[in-house]
Ligand binder design. Structure first.
Ligand code: ZN
Length: 386
């Protein structure tokens, strides 16, 4: 957390964050209840809330009080008053989603781009924003900014991609490149961090004081949020559990090591393992492999069971180390269904020393990554400015 200067504007910023985060976690609340919950005087609440109402960050909502006769005024976040653009970058395309303040999807497009060319990514992002604003009729002035989620390690504060093996990036000031072209602030972070942020802000971790996320798809990663702050490590590389060695002398990973979890249990590695045992002209899809396992196919069952247990063991170690209140499992790999998820969750629980961790499996859809990316910009409303 950056150092704070002890002055009036600092305490105003903190009071503002307390109020906004209370509404984010608990929904519409009366001023007096907010004052009691966050320990501010009614005068302080009235001061902060009138400022936020004026800025249209919050709104007043009318509802019937407990006795059904009186009307009661509550405060709530003005979800539709603000927009964010979330962009998930993949090897050959990007998925851009425009959301409201609550990361609710308004519209989405997919655009082709070569992810190895940062300038082209910035161009394609700005173009996607123009198209989405035009198509949805939404007002550019209400846009908080753009969040880019991609693999690799990032200096989120400076908006620089420090290293991305998959796209061959090193020290790319991508947030600045995007911001120059789109004319709005931009943020960049690891896609798993972005997903964790979205789960913390408006997902399964909304009420949790600490949240861990395990994501597996093309890559495998974890992220941890404590008191609203992502645990980043020195260079933003915290949580890279995909590169924990699980098979000594196993297959070579994208990172150059042998036997990483990602090299044996990522989505492509799982599909590949099936293809080796049951060669075919057409590579199998995750849903088809899940269906085979559900029908009792022994090869499919064995492959998904092994992958699930490996993922669960590493996830259990992660939970043991960080003791999260809640752990969310997400990513495209969720599509492998119960044949993989059941052994994953069972092994996670068995290996987790922290017995009270609540585990959720996120039903996965294609917007989840881009919603996470949108959260990178939205988070600036709810956390201490750096
Ligand atoms: Zn690796």
């Amino acid at each position: 957390m950056p150092p704070l200067k002890g002055n009036q504007s600092t305490s105003r910023t903190l009071n503002r964050l307390l109020l906004l985060n209370h509404l984010r976690r608990h929904g519409p609340t009366a001023r007096s209840d907010i004052a009691a919950a966050i320990g501010l005087s009614p005068a302080a609440i009235s001061y902060v809330s009138s400022e936020l109402l004026e800025q249209r960050v919050i709104v007043e909502v009318e509802a019937a009080a407990g006795d059904g006769r009186r009307r009661m005024t509550r405060l709530d976040l003005n979800y539709s008053g603000h927009l964010s653009l979330g962009v998930k970058l993949m090897e050959r395309n990007l998925r851009a989603t425009i959301t409201d303040l609550g990361t609710n999807v308004i519209d989405t497009i997919t655009a082709e781009v070569d992810a190895r060319a940062p300038e082209a990514v910035a161009e394609a992002t700005a173009a996607a924003l123009d198209r989405l604003l035009q198509r949805s009729g939404e007002d550019r002035a209400r846009l908080i900014g753009i969040g880019l989620a991609m693999p690799g390690q990032h200096d989120a504060e400076r908006g620089v991609c420090r290293r991305c093996d998959r796209f061959g990036w090193k020290d790319v000031p991508i947030a600045e490149l995007i911001s120059e072209r789109a004319g709005v602030p931009a943020w960049v972070d690891n896609d798993v961090n972005a997903f964790a942020l979205a789960e913390h802000l408006f997902g399964a971790g909304r009420q949790a004081s600490s949240l861990a996320v395990l994501s597996f798809g093309r890559g495998i990663g974890a992220a941890m949020i404590v008191d609203g702050q992502l645990l980043r490590g020195r260079y933003g590389g915290a949580g890279e559990i995909g590169h924990v060695t699980v098979v000594e002398g196993g297959p070579r990973c994208e990172c150059g090591r042998l036997g990483c979890l990602e090299a044996v249990s990522s989505l492509p590695a799982i599909l590949n393992a099936y293809g080796m045992l049951r060669p075919s002209d057409r590579p199998i899809e995750p849903a088809a492999l899940a269906a085979l396992a559900a029908d009792g196919d022994p090869v499919a069952r064995e492959i998904l069971d092994t992958a699930g247990r490996r993922l669960g063991a590493v996830a259990g170690t992660f939970a043991t180390l960080f003791d999260p209140e809640t752990m969310v499992i997400g990513g495209e790999g969720v599509m492998f269904g119960p044949a993989l998820l059941d052994p994953l969750v069972a092994t996670l629980k068995e290996k987790n020393f922290q017995r009270d961790t609540e585990v959720f499996v996120e039903f996965w859809n294609d917007d989840a990554w881009a919603r996470g990316a949108a959260a990178l910009a939205i988070d600036s409303f709810f956390s201490i400015p750096s």
